[in-house]
Write a protein that binds this ligand. Structure first.
Ligand SMILES: [Zn+2]
Length: 929
């Protein structure tokens, strides 16, 4: 909508026809609540997607009659009798999925569908056959039957363990539609479901997701449940094309309307009283006078007559222009600037990087400089510098015939020697910039410099932005460890042997505080550092990455970079990063209802106090987690509210606020809590907590903490919400039946567990990425998407159905695509049909495929077209350009590919899904006994 003057005009005489305002609900849906209370029935019915309540269906597992049959035909899985990383010598054997007892309703729960496993100890450590009565067929459920030959170790059939594919597919079937945000406490569809959102008072879940939507009124319930109340906030998330961006509201001189006590911003949940003269704050309860300019009468239901014409009164998300009070030193900001700092050392030149950047920067990258919608030209200023052991700044003032170079060789106290002509508008200096970019590769073609600086590069960029009084970004293209004599010099301290040991945290922490302090200076000045790294050896990402972590910057890593092979990927990443830059000099604050408060924050940012999250820049895929705890009670009637306010400078240099509001139900029953949890968000939180614990504890404690939380949550459910049943049964809450699987995926992830096959820098790099992942990114990162390609129907536009990440699911004659948002693999079975190979690769057999190329040729046939389309669609969905690695079955690379088959036992000794589930089951029994 851009700026919406029409919304600011005088209110129409009536509330306006449906559809004329913002997200006005259809007539039959009732208005969005401005009362802080849901007009839609009792809280206990809310947020409970119906499909979760039904009996098992589809591919949720074999039909009842097939359950428990012929268990002895399942064989023993490889490794199952060997000790694994969890110290288990014999995973308990498990029985068969059965259905939750219908009696669960007597506990105040709606019928749901717990996964339900059974196990009892037997002779020799093996459980005896499960034997129970007939299944509770009234639930359409599954039962177990006696099995012969109890002594024989049996494998748990993976088909009987909760399947992520089934959960994803079912959500897709049932919720791939419009998600209207008018209901308090509504649990959104899964991130993997292609839904669109109509904002009717609560923000789009792409902006904010919660681990729970029905919050216990008291802290004891939440403590007992072990489920953390955490939000994953992605304030600038990309929306679907059909979803309008949060509109911009301008209150003029008046400035944003706020509660006089807690300073919360006006929103659809605030309640107007006294005939519209005051509004009562939904967060703190205080009543604030409505400024005269903002007054409107109330209708007979107590709503303001203009509420559908004002974004801030009917939408969950909107922006407001900020007045000078919201600007640093009371001065309105200038347009942001991007400074490109190019390493011109020997490695950088030799790999083709310098040439590539200079050739493509202006026409392929700078054309994407971000701008306000509907505006012709970007207001972002640009500047250029190169460096090795010295720094070179360039004057590219439009009036010059040729660019001028200024060398800074005193690096101890670096400053930028020019103010005028360094930061320019692209259109005003196009010819000089062309000339500069043509000259740089020639100037440094013979560079023999192998020792680099980095600290002074960042300091100079910071100084340039500060001098120009602009916020902005430094795009640094850097190749090696900064060992040259200068501030920020680092020594090579890599010692991979330490990874996985108690000492790994020293290696994963910065070696000194230089880059940490520098990062703090940068964030204070609104200077964001985007690091593009091209290492051939150890770079000490744990140290230099601090500047990214504290400023909200991103890191990209292209090991052993070669321009001809990796160039496109790098340019695509750079282009997206430049284009999607959306907010600068950011302060984020979370406000909550009285009774709860934010207590902890996770992500890549800086905090100088306990409430304000500071970032020099924030873009569409960076998330911030906030953990919320009780300091008092909540009430079921009132519900609970969260408001995220993001103060930022826009790409055109306007100071603005972006507000996201979300309302929750409150409950007094544990069962209600368990029905409103969002597992992907919970897993996202656990992963970030693990990243923090890596630096504070040791790998064993990180693992054990997650295992313990998983066990405690499930034991709590079992104890409080499930029907009494034999202790041997594993009963999982419907919305968390994948918790054991996903918990294990976090534990065994390269970023969390590491291991000797991961380099120190890769480990630090991954922890940096995980630390700011949105739920959308983390869900596919921890459990990759695996798509069969050999069965593609070239005539349909549908994606093939994903399969579970296990070698057992791969067929020798199949071809599969695996992606996790960072990497993409194509696995080719050794018996694949030569027809398929020739359609896609243009050669006769898999052996002839040139796997080093990592690129597919577009061949003129339907299969090739469709494969190319799928790869390109996946690449467009993700925030980073996915490199394609082709892996032939039985090739050396296969073990690396197998690494991503997360249901299997890992290379690093990590547990398989089966083993882990058995282990968790044992833990739950220990807790309960
Ligand atoms: Zn208030």
């Amino acid at each position: 909508m851009g700026s919406t003057p029409s919304s600011m005009g005088p209110p129409p005489s009536s509330t306006g026809p449906p559809g004329s305002g913002f997200g006005q609900p259809p007539n039959n849906m009732g208005p969005p609540s401005s009362m802080g209370q849901p007009p839609f029935g009792p809280p206990s019915n809310m947020g409970q997607p119906q499909h979760r309540m039904g009996p098992p269906q589809g591919n949720m597992g074999p039909p009842p009659t097939s359950m428990g049959q012929a268990p002895n035909s399942m064989g023993s899985p490889p490794g199952q009798t060997q000790p694994n990383s969890m110290g288990m010598t014999q995973p308990p054997n498990m029985g068969h999925q059965s259905v939750g007892p219908p009696g669960s309703q007597t506990m105040g729960m709606p019928p749901q569908q717990p996964g339900f496993y059974q196990q009892t100890p037997g002779p020799g450590g093996f459980p005896p056959p499960p034997g129970h009565g007939p299944p509770p067929t009234s639930m359409g459920g599954m039962g177990t039957r006696p099995a012969p030959q109890p002594q024989q170790p049996r494998k748990l059939d993976p088909d009987q363990m909760p399947s992520p594919i089934q959960v994803i597919e079912e959500d897709r079937r049932n919720r791939e539609e419009l998600f209207v945000t008018n209901a308090r406490g509504a649990v959104p569809p899964l991130v993997s479901t292609d839904f669109s959102v109509q904002d009717q008072g609560n923000c789009n879940p792409r902006f904010m997701r919660s681990t729970m939507y029905n919050i216990p009124c008291t802290s004891d319930i939440i403590k007992n449940s072990h489920i953390p109340f955490s939000l994953t906030i992605t304030p600038f998330a990309k929306l679907k094309p059909q979803e309008p961006a949060p509109p911009l509201v301008d209150f003029g001189e008046l400035g944003p309307v706020r509660c006089k006590r807690c300073k919360a911003y006006i929103n659809p949940h605030m309640q107007f009283i006294d005939g519209g003269r005051r509004f009562q704050c939904v967060y703190c309860g205080c009543a604030t006078d409505v400024p005269n300019e903002y007054f409107a009468h109330l209708d007979h239901t107590g709503r303001r007559t203009d509420c559908y014409n004002r974004a801030e009164l009917c939408l969950g998300s909107y922006e407001m222009t900020a007045t000078k009070d919201y600007c640093k030193n009371g001065v309105e900001p200038k347009e942001p600037a991007f400074i490109f700092l190019i390493d011109v050392s020997y490695n950088s030149v030799k790999s083709g990087l310098v040439q590539l950047i200079c050739e493509r920067l202006k026409d392929d990258i700078l054309v994407n400089l971000p701008k306000e919608e509907g505006v012709e030209e970007s207001e972002i200023r640009v500047g250029f510098a190169t460096y090795g052991k010295e720094l070179h700044f360039y004057n590219v003032k439009g009036a010059l015939a040729q660019p001028q170079m200024l060398v800074v060789s005193d690096l101890e106290d670096v400053f930028v020697p020019l103010l005028d002509g360094f930061l320019v508008k692209l259109s005003e200096s196009a010819a000089v910039i062309d000339s500069l970019l043509a000259q740089i590769p020639q100037m440094f073609a013979e560079s023999r410099e192998t020792e680099l600086v980095l600290g002074p590069v960042i300091q100079a960029g910071l100084d340039a932005l500060k001098s120009a009084e602009r916020s902005g970004k430094l795009f640094i293209f850097h190749t090696s460890l900064p060992i040259a004599e200068a501030p920020g010099k680092l020594k090579n301290r890599d010692d991979r042997k330490l990874l996985g040991t108690d000492k790994e945290k020293t290696l994963l922490s910065p070696q000194n505080n230089f880059y940490t302090k520098l990062g703090q200076e940068c964030v204070a000045a609104g200077c964001c550092v985007e690091l593009f790294l091209f290492p051939n050896s150890y770079l000490d990402i744990a140290s230099i990455g601090e500047v990214c972590r504290l400023t909200g910057g991103n890191m990209y890593k292209y090991s052993y970079f070669q321009a001809d092979i990796d160039g496109d990927r790098f340019l695509e990443d750079l282009s997206r990063q430049v284009k999607h830059s959306s907010a600068f000099d950011v302060i984020l604050r979370v406000r909550t209802s009285t009774g709860i408060r934010p207590v902890d924050f996770y992500g890549n940012f800086y905090m100088a106090n306990t409430t304000d999250v500071e970032l020099a820049a924030l873009d569409c895929d960076q998330a911030i987690n906030v953990e919320i705890k009780h300091d008092d009670k909540l009430s079921e009637t009132d519900g609970a509210y969260v408001q995220v306010a993001v103060l930022f400078t826009s790409v055109s240099g306007q100071r603005r606020l972006r507000i996201h509001n979300l309302s929750f139900n409150c409950c007094t029953q544990m069962a209600d809590l368990f029905r409103s949890c969002e597992l992907d968000t919970l897993v996202n939180y656990f992963s970030k907590q693990a990243i923090r614990n890596i630096l504070n504890t040791n790998p064993k404690q990180v693992r054990e903490h997650i295992m313990n939380e998983v066990s405690q949550i499930l034991a709590c459910y079992r104890k409080n919400c499930a029907n009494p049943s034999s202790a041997g049964q594993l009963i999982l809450p419907e919305c968390m039946k994948l918790l054991p699987l996903y918990g294990n995926c976090v534990i065994k992830n390269d970023g969390i567990q590491g291991g000797s096959e991961i380099s120190t820098d890769d480990r630090s790099y991954l922890t940096h990425l995980i630390n700011s992942m949105s739920v959308e990114s983390s869900s596919v990162f921890f459990y990759p998407r695996l798509l069969p390609l050999h069965t593609l129907d070239p005539d349909t536009k549908e994606f093939p159905s994903a399969i579970r990440c296990s070698t057992e699911r791969l067929q020798d004659d199949g071809v599969y695509l695996l992606e996790n948002g960072l990497s993409m693999f194509m696995w080719i079975g050794h018996n694949v049909s030569s027809k398929w190979v020739s359609s896609v690769f243009g050669v006769n057999s898999a052996a002839q495929i040139d796997i080093d190329k990592g690129q597919l040729l577009a061949l003129d046939n339907p299969v090739s077209h469709r494969v190319m389309e799928i790869i390109s669609e996946i690449r467009n969905e993700r925030h980073r350009y996915l490199k394609l690695t082709i892996v032939r079955q039985r090739d050396k690379l296969e073990s690396w590919f197998n690494h991503f088959l997360v249901e299997d036992k890992g290379l690093n000794g990590s547990a398989s899904y089966v083993d882990f589930l058995c282990h968790i089951h044992k833990e739950i029994r220990n807790i309960l006994s």
